[in-house]
Design a protein around this ligand. Structure first.
Ligand SMILES: [Zn+2]
Length: 244
């Protein structure tokens, strides 16, 4: 059994059997690790409140050969976001961010920028509204994954986008008014400018907008992620209900 230490955020948590939790950790190096925390669901357990969602911890893990799960031996809380995550709708949007990350990042893949992105989002929870932060997350996630297309030009005729742009049905570019073919999702100029401003700044500098406008924009861009995830995100279904 090999011992292994790592530092990271808990991005997934579910009960396994009567007494254990299965956790998914996003490490500082941007690696995803699936772990089992033995006895962590017992009323009295050695982990206390350390293993909550979005906690940032140091972990001592054991990895058995040929085992999918590492075993958490010890965990030390470095930073928790209990107050921030329990406020308003924060937990719902944070779960959406976690779901996107875990669905789209393949196992055995390291992407440090994803870690930094989530770290920045959590650190900005006190200062910025959660819907703007979620939009920020999605735009940067698409950018890091190489899935964010040009926001300035039509992907068909290369002409400059003027007042409105239609999202191609393969979600890989925008179409101008002339090239569009009644695509369902379109962006107005303000929305494109909003996305562009987000794509070029740190979350501490983002400026919010009206909740309704933000929700509409989020509903549009989340569909790009969902398309690439190749399945319906649980949080998307709930988001549609909240927004209506
Ligand atoms: Zn065109």
């Amino acid at each position: 059994m090999a011992q292994r230490n790592c530092t990271g955020y808990i991005l997934g948590s579910q009960k396994s059997g009567e007494q254990n939790k299965i956790l998914i950790i996003l490490t500082k190096q941007g690696e995803i690790i699936h772990c089992i925390a033995p006895g962590s669901c017992k009323a009295k357990n050695r982990f206390g409140a350390t293993l909550e969602m979005f906690n940032y911890c140091d972990f001592i893990l054991y990895q058995k050969e040929n085992s999918y799960y590492a075993t958490i031996n010890k965990a030390f809380l470095l930073k928790g976001y209990f107050h921030e995550t329990t406020r308003d709708m924060n937990i719902f949007y944070l779960n959406l961010i976690a779901e996107i990350t875990l669905k789209l990042i393949p196992l055995n893949f390291k992407e440090e920028r994803i870690f930094r992105l989530i770290d920045n989002i959590l650190k900005s929870l006190n200062k910025k509204d959660i819907i703007s932060l979620t939009i920020y997350f999605i735009i940067w996630f698409l950018k890091i994954e190489g899935l964010l297309f040009s926001l300035n030009k039509c992907s068909n005729c290369n002409s400059k986008i003027i007042n409105i742009a239609y999202l191609r049905e393969d979600y890989r570019g925008l179409l101008c008014r002339i090239c569009q073919n009644n695509e369902e999702i379109f962006f107005l100029k303000e929305e494109l400018n909003f996305i562009k401003s987000f794509a070029n700044t740190h979350p501490s500098n983002i400026k919010g907008d009206e909740v309704k406008r933000l929700q509409n924009l989020l509903l549009k861009i989340i569909q790009i992620v969902q398309y690439h995830a190749e399945e319906t995100l649980k949080s998307f279904k709930i988001l549609k209900q909240i927004t209506n």
